[in-house]
Design a protein around this ligand. Sequence first.
Ligand code: SAH
Length: 373
Amino acid sequence: MNLIEIREGKVSLLIPNPKDYEKEGRYDPSWSPVFYNPKMRLNRDISVLALSVIKPKSVVDALSASGVRGIRYYIEIGGIEKLILNDKNPIATELIMKNAEKNNVNAQITTKDANSLLYEIKADFVDIDPFGSPAPFILSAINATMNKGYVAFTATDLSALECSSSFSARRKYDLTCEKLSFSKELGIRGLIAKVIREGAIIEKAAYPMFSLYFDYYYRVFFRIENGAKKVDKLLEKQGYYYECSKCGYREVDYYAERKICPRCGIEMKRYGPAWTGELWNREFLLSMKENLKNFTYFDTLMQVNKLLNILVEESKYVSPYFRLDFIASLIKRNIPKREKMLECLKEASMTHFDYRGIKTNKEIHEIVNCIKN
Ligand code: SAH
C-alpha cells in the first residue's frame, strides 16, 4: 500500500494514496483499503470543538479507519487519559498504529467488531462515525457510555432518515413516514428519537445536546444519564409530525394514525416517531461558540463560525422550520426575500437546515400574511 502524508487540524497522517484507487479519473474514499474522507473535515473540526466542552478522560473511536478522529481528539483537546481506536479491518488498524506513533499518541488499538468492543468497555465519550447508517451501533454505543458521559453519532443515510426511501426508513429507524417540506429537520429528529428509544431499553436517558446537518450527513451529540424515570420523561416527546401538502397546515400528535387536514379535508403526510423537543442544549452550544477562539487553526473556521451563529439563533425555536418556497407556491406568490420575512415576523430566525427556510413560533397564516404584504 502506497501511503501519502497529509495534515488535518494539529496532526499529520498517513493515508493510502487516493491516486492509486481512482477509477476512470474519479475517486471515492470507500474505494481505498482504508477510508479517509477530506470532506468530513468540518464534522471532525466541530467534534473537536464539542469535545473541548465535554473534556472527556476516556474516549472510544469505535469505527476509526485511519485513526484521524481519535488522534485529533487526543492531540487537540488534552486531558484524555485513555484512548481506544478500533476498526474491524486489520489493514486499518495497522495504519492506525503508524498514525498513533507518528503523532506520539498513547492509544489502545483494537481490531474488533465495534459491537463486541462496545459491550466490553466503558468510556466517557464514545464516537460512532460510520460510513452509512449508525443504526447497528446505537444500543452498544449507549451501553458503553458512562453515566453523565457523552456519545456522538454521524449518519450519512439521509435517504432513509428524510424518508426518500420509506422502506429503509422503516427498517433502520422504525419510521412510518413520507417526505414533508421540512424533511431535512425531520431526518435528524427521526435519528434522535431512535437513539432515545435504544437508550430506553437499557434505562439510559439520551439527551440531545448538539445537532448538525451539513452537506450530506447528520451529526448529533448526546449526554447520557442513567435512570428509568428520566427515560420515561424523554419518551413523552416522541411524536408524529403531520403536514397538509395543499395548505401547509401542520400538527404534532402522539399516535401514528392517518389524519385529515381540518382545513382542506385531504389526508396529511406524516413522519414519525420523531423527537419533538429541543435539538440543542443552549448552554452547551454557547460554550462551543465561546471555545472556538481556541481553534483558529481550523481549516473550516469561517464555516464553523457561521454555522454556530445561525445555530445560536435558531435554537431559540423548538418547532421545525417553514420553507418559504413551499408556502409561496401554495398561495401562488413569488418566493419572498428571507430578510423581508424575518423583519415582518419579528420573532424569527434563519435555519442551517435549509437556506429557503425560517424558524419561528408563529403559525402558518402569519407567515402567509407576511408573504402577501
Ligand atoms: N470515523 C472515520 C471514518 C470511518 S469509515 C473518520 O472520521 O475518518 C467506517 C469504518 O468502519 C471503516 O474503516 C470500516 O472498516 C469500519 N467498520 C465497519 N463496520 C464495522 C464494525 N462492525 N466494527 C468495526 N469496524 C467497522
